[in-house]
Design a protein around this ligand. Structure first.
Ligand code: ADP
Ligand code: MG
Length: 263
């Protein structure tokens, strides 16, 4: 009894949570299978480490503010033949993050841009890199609020500090002058210092319209594209495919077959 209490205290002090739950079962297993003391200790500690890593992934994923959690293994490359699987898997090694390079995913709604961006983010978190996700609209809103409340410098750090910054949905809305300058500032500060993965439904030629200023758009693109890979996705929306599969497009409502969701 005393030894059990002493063990519980020690576990608490070490901050171990998994061993206290499994100690009894492991001790019995060790006795049944004649494990050595070292094997027994190894099993306990490995399990605690695995639990700790899982907690780390959970926390970091939450802090990264990803819109959903999907990995590359959940991506159906056969559905989207315009994507070169080998190239994506190569990018997923995240050498581009080590080299402070950027990745730009272009394509119409529903083709998997955000899915791939999230998959890179989750891989980066597994590799213990710091990651921050933001949609273009949220970012502009946050920065404008911060500008008003005088916390802009602090907020800018959230975008400039992480190893990997993910900017989703450039081009779904036009930006005003202040918003466009924030983007320029972020891209400039990260230039050759930290990677950006960005998605857009608009080709580069249309970025002048998004930012309301061709000169500024050119300056942003020059920095973004200097060390970068661009993935152009052409194809059908996966959402439309899912809806078709679910019988959403029955003969009565065949008139609307477009993917109307604001992605
Ligand atoms: P967008 O290109 O508009 O960002 P998303 O990446 O958000 O589209 O994809 C829309 C939905 O379809 C998501 O749930 C995503 O996981 C799924 N999806 C898209 N493409 C694929 C694919 N090739 N394989 C599996 N799921 C996909
Ligand atoms: Mg998207």
């Amino acid at each position: 009894m005393i030894i059990q209490e002493r063990l519980q205290t020690a576990f608490q002090q070490f901050g171990w949570v998994r061993i206290p739950e499994t100690l009894h079962a492991h001790a019995e297993e060790a006795a049944t299978h004649n494990l050595t003391y070292l094997e027994f200790l190894d099993k306990l500690l490995q399990e605690e480490l695995a639990a700790k890593h899982e907690r780390y992934l959970k926390t970091r994923t939450r802090l990264a503010k990803l819109p959903y959690h999907k990995t590359l293994d959940q991506f159906d490359f056969e559905f989207q033949p315009s994507i070169d699987e080998r190239r994506i898997r190569d990018l997923a090694t995240l050498r581009f993050v080590e080299n402070q390079e950027n990745v730009i995913l272009l394509g119409p709604p529903g083709v998997g841009k955000t899915h791939l961006l999230v998959a890179f983010a989750m891989e980066a978190i597994t590799q213990r890199k710091t990651v921050y996700f933001t949609s273009a609209h949220d970012r502009v809103q946050t920065l404008q609020d911060a500008h008003r409340t005088g916390t802009i410098q602090q907020k800018m750090r959230a975008f400039t500090k992480p190893d990997l910054l993910l900017i989703d949905e450039i081009g779904y809305r036009k930006m005003d002058e202040t918003a466009a300058h924030f983007v320029f500032q972020i891209v400039s500060e990260r230039y050759e210092k930290g990677s950006i993965v960005l998605t857009s439904n608009k080709s580069f030629g249309m970025w002048g319209d998004i930012f309301g200023d061709t000169v500024l758009a050119t300056a942003i693109l020059a920095r973004l594209l200097h060390h970068s890979s661009t993935i152009n996705i052409k194809g059908e929306s996966y959402r439309v495919k899912e809806k078709k599969k679910a019988g959403f497009f029955s003969s009565e409502n065949r008139t609307d077959q477009s993917d109307n969701r604001s992605c």
